[in-house]
Every structure is written in C-alpha cells, then in structure tokens.
Ligand binder design. Structure first.
Ligand code: SF4
Length: 383
C-alpha cells in the first residue's frame, strides 16, 4: 500500500504538475474536503494516473483492499411507463404495452419462491411507472414478500416510482413512505437521479420528478430510519460542472442524514433510445469519473460499479480507481442495461465468478448484506 507521505512525495517530484492539482493531492492525503471548483478542476485537468492513484489511496485507507458484493435478485414488475425519458431504452408507453411486460402479483411471488432455500439476502424491486400499479398494489407485494421470506432485505422503488405513487394516492411523501415502510420496505435503490441540474434534466427527462423532489424523497426515507443509494447518469449532454453539482447536492444530504449506503455512477448507453446520436464516453473517461467520485464524495464510504451496465472487464478495472463494491450476484431478471446496448446481454454471475474477478486484481472479496455488514470474507487464492 502506498502511504500518504510516499504519495505526497511522488506528486511533489512531478515538476509538471499544476500547483492547484498538488493542493488537491495534499487535501486528499490530509482527509480534507474538496470544493466544487476543485471537483471541476479534477475533471478538466486530472489525468487518469493522477486521479487513479489518489482514489486508490482513499479506497485503501477506507477498506484495506476489501471489495464487497451481495447475493440478491431482481423483480422488475413492468417496463410500461408513463414517463418519456429520452435516454431510456427499456420502457414502453401504456398504449404500446403489448410490446412490454406487466407482472401479476402471483408472477412476482413466483420469482420470490424461486429463491426459497437459497442464501440470497436482498430483493431489489424496480421498474417502469405503470399507471395502474399503485401504492396499494405495491404495499401488498412488499408485505407478501415480507411474510414469505422474513429474512430478506426488501429494497425497492426509485424516487420516480414513489413520487408518482404518492401523488396518485394523494398522500404526502411522509405518509406514503410510512405506508411502504410499515408494509416491510427497508431501503430505496438509487435510480432516477440522472443529473439533478434543471438545464440537463429538462432536456433528458423533463416530465418526471425533479432534483429537489428526488432528494426530498430520499431525505424522508432516511428520517424514517430507512437507507438508500444514490446514482448519477453520466456521459451524455452534461458538463463537468453538472456532474459536480449533482455530487455536491448528494454530499450535502449525506452530511445531513447519513442515510446513503453507496454512490453508483451509471454510464449512459446509447442503443435503442432517443439519444442514440450521442456517442458513449471512453473507458478512460469512465475510470476518471469513478476516481473523481471517490475523491469528491468524501462522506460516501462505498462506491459501487454496476457490472451489468459497464461489462465485467471494465467493472474489474474500476477496482483500481476507487471502487469498493461490485453489484451482487444476480440472475437475468434485470433487463435495464441489456436493452441499452451493454456488453452484458444476459447478466448473471456466480459467487465464484465474482470472487475470481476480485481476487485476480489482488483484492479481497467480502460478501455483505444490504447495510454493508460483513457476512463472509473470502480467502485470497494461493498462487
Ligand atoms: S428511465 Fe424510468 S421513468 Fe424514465 S422512461 Fe425509463 S422506466 Fe420510465
């Protein structure tokens, strides 16, 4: 492991390094918070090797080479959606619902029953915003899952789905969230955040909940003792300043509530959507983004790479750029990214595959539960 002093010396010896970047390196080593301007500067001037070395240093300090995963499965109740996000390759409008899917309660419970006796710890429920699947329907789903499998952590519904459900039920966010929480919902996934800034949001997803609404829903969940994740959809029309603004708002809410478990950058993929003319960013830009997120989001312990979106090789590479969590071992019930052009057309990885992927870059796989309690530390292979 590279110590802070060694790292500092390396950067000091680098004569060409912009003085402002040197100041940033010193702040990171001294565990001081970066300003928004410094975040933008890192995107503008921070070369991959520079941000990567710092991000690796921070991840090592926080996690000592451990990389987390969990055993989960997904339920995607529907891809029928009332909204029209331009980047979405997944949804179908209600009038074209025959091209999509709509699961019945029993079909979803069949998915849950498929995992009977298996050591999964979490179910992740997320989908389109169907005009007829309402709060009552999802409260029933959650309580039936809870009754069938009391040991399973139920994480479900993006802020976009929740906002629509609560408005339709004519309830406040607090009232609606309490109903789901009482039914058994424990955590929220991080989807629907995209980019908070209205200059971008009004172009890519104008008709769904805005940035303030998204943050309010998560704050409400945190205040009820629930946890959640946060995402950012990057690599389309946003500027570096928009990315930093997004991360800064999340960092501020995390200061207030401490309720976020992890931050998950999501790469824009350009197949089958209304933004297909926008080229995807390079793998180098992906890695720089992960590294800068690790440096800027100083109150998020966990930075996750979602391998069904990035592809497993790029996801493995992120482990050298600040990432300490790979999404769980999941089966092919998630279609969100395979429909958008991800390399992973049938995302499924066994625990063994995931551990191999982690140990082959010299890290230690650790199985966790949703709240990052360690369940099992896997040994490094003896070479
Ligand atoms: S991103 Fe989500 S809210 Fe937007 S259209 Fe797709 S499924 Fe609907």
């Amino acid at each position: 492991m590279t110590s802070g002093t060694e790292l500092e010396n390396i950067f000091k010896q680098s004569k060409d390094l912009d003085q402002r970047l040197l100041t940033i390196a010193e702040k990171i080593i001294n565990q001081q918070r970066l300003t928004d301007e410094e975040g933008v500067l890192l995107f503008e001037k921070g070369e991959l090797g520079f941000v990567g070395a710092l991000a690796n240093h921070v991840a090592q300090r926080l996690h000592q080479g451990k990389v987390y995963f969990n055993r989960n499965f997904h339920i995607e109740p529907t891809n029928v959606c009332v909204f029209t996000c331009n980047f979405c390759s997944y949804s179908r409008q209600y009038k074209h619902r025959d091209e999509g899917w709509e699961m019945s309660m029993e079909q979803m419970m069949d998915i849950v029953r498929k995992y009977d006796g298996q050591p999964v710890t979490e179910v992740h429920i997320v989908g389109g915003v169907h005009p007829k699947m309402n709060l009552e329907f999802f409260c029933e789903l959650v309580s039936r899952v809870r009754a069938h499998r009391p040991d399973l952590h139920i994480k479900g519904f993006t802020a976009v789905e929740l906002d629509y459900m609560f408005r339709k039920a004519k309830l406040t966010t607090e009232e609606g969230m309490k109903r789901l929480n009482d039914a058994g919902l424990q955590s929220l996934p991080g989807g629907g955040a995209e980019i908070f800034h209205p200059d971008v949001r009004n172009v890519i997803c104008a008709d769904k909940v805005d940035g303030e609404g998204w943050l309010h829903i998560h704050e409400t969940a945190h205040n009820l003792g629930m946890h959640s994740n946060a995402t950012m959809l990057y690599g389309h029309i946003e500027t570096y300043a928009h990315r930093v603004d997004h991360m800064s708002r999340l960092r501020a809410l995390q200061d207030k509530t401490g309720g976020f478990n992890c931050f998950i950058p999501l790469k824009f993929r350009n197949q089958g959507n209304d933004m297909s003319h926008i080229p995807e960013v390079s793998v180098i830009e992906d890695m720089r983004l992960y590294a800068i997120a690790r440096l800027f989001m100083d109150n998020f312990r966990n930075l996750k790479a979602y391998w069904p979106m990035l592809g497993r090789q790029s996801a493995q590479l992120t482990l050298s750029f600040g990432v300490n969590d790979l999404d769980g071992t999941i089966d092919d019930t998630t279609k969100i990214y395979s429909m958008a052009g991800s390399e992973e057309q049938s995302p499924s990885m066994s625990t063994e595959d995931l551990c191999d992927l982690i140990t082959s870059v010299g890290k230690t796989p650790v199985e966790r539960d949703t709240l990052y309690n360690e369940l099992k530390v896997y040994d490094m292979p003896t070479v």
